[in-house]
Design a protein. Structure first.
Length: 471
């Protein structure tokens, strides 16, 4: 390697930046974040640097560079667009043993700035040794997505308890194993869920048990995760992390195969899907299963299509977890209404068509749909989104018309929305059931009713393998 990766402690150290433009301003910002006392040397300053000087954040030497200017500094950066100045700065700094960086000139540098992922106190540096700064930034972007900000809070927690753990667990090998268990178990999950006080309490318990040479088991944790409407690109970062770290994934029928491929090969997968008139596992058994797996010390992901709190029975599941004292978190997902409508080119609201949106379930029970306020659902000026409405579609459309909905109101059915198999069948409230009956349609589907559906031909941008639109 051309450069040894090191971390310099700059807190309170005098740093010189030669140059007054935007590039210099970026280097000044980086040095300030590291705690350096920064002075800028330049005949003129950009607006941003001038504001920092005026506010007293940085010092200012309004002059041209001379070799003696580096004498009182611990680190020097040259960020000018003049080669002769950059060379002079590099030569002056190196002759005095002062670390120097010349922006975009690795051959003149004694150190270089890496691309930084800052999760302080956790900091990760990525470098190509100056060969390709753009590639380093692209790698950083990948790592940024994989490392949530909570890793910084986890590092702070470890720092806070470090001495107590060292005192309680004298043997280095045992101490290392303790931290490995802790930083990958329920304590970490609680931090990632934003529950630092509970994480501290849990860590206190683990330390006391370890000090008595009676270490607790690993302990389990449940994450209720929204898998979104199908496209794995629509997963949240929190959902992706939970899936990747799971020991067991309990998943529903509506979770797409593409999302399931993200599960680790060594993780167990348990299907708990529900289809009309056929449930692989009744809901009470699913609740019990989640509790049992967590109490066995496993990190469990309950993976649900869309969002776990929108027709997903997530509330029932966490009620059981709370009653049993099982720690958990909820990771929301993009619900089918948002995802499928967006991919079909149907805005759920539009100032010319709809000022409100209503989500309902069209699930049939003994051939009927009960509990819906049809008079309210049939009103104009809104968008109606119907989950699980495929089997009951004729009944739904008849009821809407019977309660005052105009028969020519635009309506559409989206099948397997957001995936490459997406189909859109568009018509009206009167015609849609017949159009669907003539097509080989299967779940998952979503029905959308309202004036916004008329915009789909103009706004459609995503085409599945079928071409995306049927009418």
């Amino acid at each position: 390697m051309n450069f040894l990766p090191v971390f310099l402690k700059l807190a309170g150290q005098a740093c010189l930046v030669v140059g007054g433009g935007e590039v210099a301003a970026r280097k000044v910002e980086t040095l300030l974040r590291a705690g350096g006392r920064v002075t800028v040397l330049s005949p003129g300053l950009s607006e941003g640097l001038a504001e920092k000087v005026a506010s007293g954040q940085v010092g200012y030497l309004p002059k041209r560079f001379e070799s003696g200017d580096v004498a009182d500094f611990h680190l020097v950066v040259s960020a000018t667009d003049r080669r002769e100045v950059n060379e002079a700065v590099a030569e002056a700094a190196k002759s005095r043993g002062v670390p120097v960086n010349v922006v975009d000139c690795p051959e003149l540098c004694s150190f270089i700035f890496p691309a930084i992922i800052d999760r302080s106190p956790l900091v990760i540096a990525v470098s190509t040794g100056g060969a390709s700064p753009v590639l380093a930034r692209l790698v950083r972007a990948r790592l940024e997505g994989a490392l949530p900000a909570a890793y910084g809070r986890l590092a702070e927690l470890a720092e806070k308890f470090r001495q107590r753990v060292k005192k309680a667990v004298r043997e280095p090998a045992r101490r290392r194993k303790f931290w490995e268990r802790t930083l990958q178990g329920p304590v970490a999950d609680l931090v990632f869920a934003g529950r630092e006080q509970e994480a501290e309490a849990r860590l206190e318990t683990l330390i006391r048990a370890e000090a008595k040479d009676r270490p607790e088991g690993k302990g389990g944790f449940v994450s209720l995760v929204g898998a979104g409407p199908g496209d794995p690109e629509l997963l949240t970062l929190g959902a992706f992390r939970a899936i990747q770290e799971a020991d067991v994934v309990v998943y529903d029928r509506l979770v797409s195969p593409e999302v399931l491929r993200l599960v680790r090969n060594d993780a167990a997968r348990i299907y708990a899907g529900k289809e009309r008139s056929r449930h692989t596992l009744p809901q009470d058994q699913i609740n019990t299963l989640l509790v049992r797996l967590a109490k066995e010390g496993k990190r469990v992901v309950r993976l649900k299509g869309g969002d776990p709190f929108i027709f997903g029975r997530g509330g029932e599941e966490i009620e059981t977890l709370m009653e049993e004292g099982v720690p958990f978190q909820v990771v929301p997902g993009i619900t089918a209404a948002s995802g499928c409508a967006a991919y079909a080119g149907i805005p759920l609201t539009h100032r010319d068509h709809a000022q409100s949106v209503t989500f309902v379930t069209g699930h049939l029970k003994e051939g009927e749909i009960t509990g819906l306020d049809w008079d309210r659902l049939a009103r104009p000026g809104q968008t109606l989104v119907i989950y699980m409405g495929l089997q009951g579609l004729p009944h739904i459309c008849e009821a809407l018309i019977a309660h005052g909905c105009a028969p020519e109101t635009p309506a559409a059915l989206v099948q397997q929305g957001t995936t490459r198999h997406q189909r859109l069948i568009a018509g009206t409230v009167r015609s849609l059931p017949g159009l669907v009956a003539k097509s080989a349609v299967s779940a998952p589907t979503l029905v959308i009713v309202g004036g916004v559906v008329s915009l789909h031909r103009k706004l459609a941008w995503f085409k599945g393998e079928s071409g995306g639109i049927e009418a």
